[in-house]
Design a binder for this molecule. Structure first.
Ligand code: UDP
Ligand code: MG
Length: 308
């Protein structure tokens, strides 16, 4: 019998644990005889009773594996641990807040059986997400698919099915700055896309606020593209050309019409503009130097405290 690993990252999801597993088991009931399901929960340093709830479910007879982190490492690290520990022939990461509908899993399995190594799930109806988040994510996917060297499907999040071959490829990617949406796509393999409607969060609050999303977007882009570096070079060239033009103009003017002392405004504008451009350039450079710093430190991506 083939094993399917369901990987669930959990951070402060105490009130979602039971409802999630109830819905999950119900959705998979028809497949239960056909596959061995491995439920793998990663408790990402929750500060509430998530772990107790999981242990209670386990004591109640539900076969779940629990990876308990030593602190909060973030969703990307939790997913990484999930892929490291998963033993299934296919792996499906899914959110614990029921925003990813488990009843799409049978369809994913069907497509996998037809030979697709990856089944991506695209959010179609995002009406339950805030307008700001929708706008932000729309802009991000546009930008990402324009600059990444690999095709990134718009609105495809972490909810997907991956064959063992894909998971093994991903497990070899040990970079420290982990933008999973990109990492998932990088190995390639033929993918199909199915669609789903995003449900509202079952209980609790999203841990991705506006600033965290901004950070996440910058991280994602700088992890997968050096276009910002190249753009800052081009911007530097453009500004230098403008400066040469303006310099020649001032030179000619001074030679032909004599010294022109007033010029405070133009001086200030040029100085401030150049300083701004330089700071942006240094900032972009800094992002990448920071990335290199993180990589060379070579710290583990997560630390496991216990495995139940
Ligand atoms: N999550 C996690 N670690 C974190 C933040 C979130 O494991 O530091 C999990 C969370 O428990 C949930 C999933 O990642 O299962 C998605 O999180 P959330 O619902 O907060 O994000 P959103 O749906 O708003 O993108
Ligand atoms: Mg959510």
């Amino acid at each position: 019998m083939k094993t399917i690993s369901i990987v669930v990252p959990m951070f402060n999801e105490e009130s979602n644990v039971e409802p999630f597993f109830a819905v999950l088991q119900q959705s998979l009931a028809a497949q239960a005889g056909q596959y061995d399901f491995e439920y793998l929960c990663i408790n990402d340093g929750s500060r509430d009773a998530t772990l107790d709830r999981l242990l209670a479910l386990k004591r109640g007879g539900l076969a779940i594996k629990i990876i308990n982190f030593s602190r909060n490492f973030g969703k990307e690290a939790a997913l990484t641990a999930g892929l490291d520990f998963a033993q299934g022939d296919a792996v499906i990461p899914i959110d614990a807040d029921l925003q990813h509908p488990p009843d799409k899993i049978p369809e994913m399995l069907r497509l996998w059986e037809q030979g697709h190594a990856v089944v991506q799930a695209r959010r179609t109806d995002r009406r339950h997400e805030t307008l700001r988040k929708r706008g932000f994510s729309h802009a991000f996917y546009r930008l990402a698919s324009a600059i990444f060297e690999m095709p990134m499907e718009r609105d495809v999040g972490d909810f997907r099915l991956m064959d063992r071959k894909v998971v093994d490829a991903i497990r070899n990617m040990r970079e420290k700055s982990r933008f999973m949406k990109g990492i998932f796509v990088w190995p390639g393999f033929e993918a199909v896309v199915i669609e789903y409607d995003v449900a509202p969060r079952h209980q609790g609050q999203s841990s991705f606020g506006f600033w965290k999303l901004c950070r996440f977007a910058v991280d994602g882009i700088t992890s997968f593209s050096i276009l910002p570096l190249r753009l800052s070079t081009y911007l530097g060239l453009l500004v230098s050309l403008l400066a040469i033009g303006y310099g020649l103009y001032i030179l000619c003017k001074t030679v032909l019409l004599g010294v022109d002392v007033p010029g405070y405004a133009s001086l200030m504008i040029v100085v401030l503009f150049l300083a701004g451009v330089q700071l942006v350039g240094i900032g972009v450079l800094g992002e990448y130097v920071g990335k290199i710093y993180q990589e060379v430190k070579n710290r583990p991506i997560y630390v496991v405290r216990d495995v139940f």
